[in-house]
Design a protein around this ligand. Structure first.
Ligand code: E4P
Length: 218
């Protein structure tokens, strides 16, 4: 399973790289805004910096919602770095754009997936990744993990190469359940990855080991 960090924060990306477990990064316009990145030049330069820190796929989202605009933006993004994955929203024009990028060998991440039908359509168009939003479905009383299960099953039935990228993953149980379901990738905040470290018996056990060592080596 690949771990992607869902952030545009360079320090957090660096921290996850140093932990040695990071496979890529996903961003979106809200995450870029959170870091105060505004204007095309600043946005492009920020994506380049992310690509220089992490050795893996970096999803960069188009803002346009028309086909020509998405192609223009996506091609410019793809030229920035070989690891850029063009993130395209699940709308009609987006599906056409995914087919266009796929035919050109440009990787895509179809974002804002909330149903298995949307995921199937994106896979048919040749998306590299589909991103079902687990947490946002849970937020409205639906079962985000059930959607992940459905998509994993459908893709496996037909051997689609499109990878299931579980997004909007908010906590450790989400991540672990996505792993059990066979999601290819999870993207989440750094706090969720760091949360995997924690167990009180580990802390207690280590404290005892160190105390016992000190007793005989004092
Ligand atoms: C996916 O790529 C999105 O950036 C992200 O996972 C959305 O998560 P949120 O629902 O926590 O904003």
């Amino acid at each position: 399973m690949k771990f992607f960090l869902d952030t545009a924060n360079l320090k957090e990306i660096q921290e996850a790289v140093e932990l040695g477990v990071l496979d890529g990064v996903t961003t979106n316009p809200s995450l870029m805004a959170k870091e105060g990145i505004k204007g095309t030049d600043a946005v492009m330069s920020h994506y380049k910096q992310i690509c220089e820190i992490v050795d893996g796929d970096v999803s960069a989202e188009v803002i346009a919602t028309d086909f020509e605009g998405m192609i223009r933006e996506g091609e410019a993004l793809a030229e920035l770095h070989p690891n850029i994955v063009v993130k395209v929203p699940m709308i009609k024009e987006g599906v056409k754009a995914i087919r266009y990028f796929s035919d050109k060998g440009i990787k895509t991440n179809c974002t804002l997936i909330f149903s298995a039908g949307q995921a199937l359509l994106a896979a048919k168009a040749g998306a590299t990744y589909v991103s079902p939003f687990v947490g946002r479905l849970d937020d409205i009383g639906h079962d985000g993990l059930q959607l992940v299960q459905q998509i994993v099953d459908i893709f496996s039935n037909y051997g689609y190469p499109t990878q299931v990228l579980a997004a909007s993953v908010r906590h450790v149980p989400h991540l672990l359940q996505c792993a059990e379901l066979g999601a290819d990738v999870v993207t989440c905040p750094l706090s969720v990855i760091m949360g995997l470290l924690n167990h009180p018996l580990t802390d207690k056990g280590l404290a005892t080991f160190l105390a016992d060592h000190k007793k005989v080596n004092a």
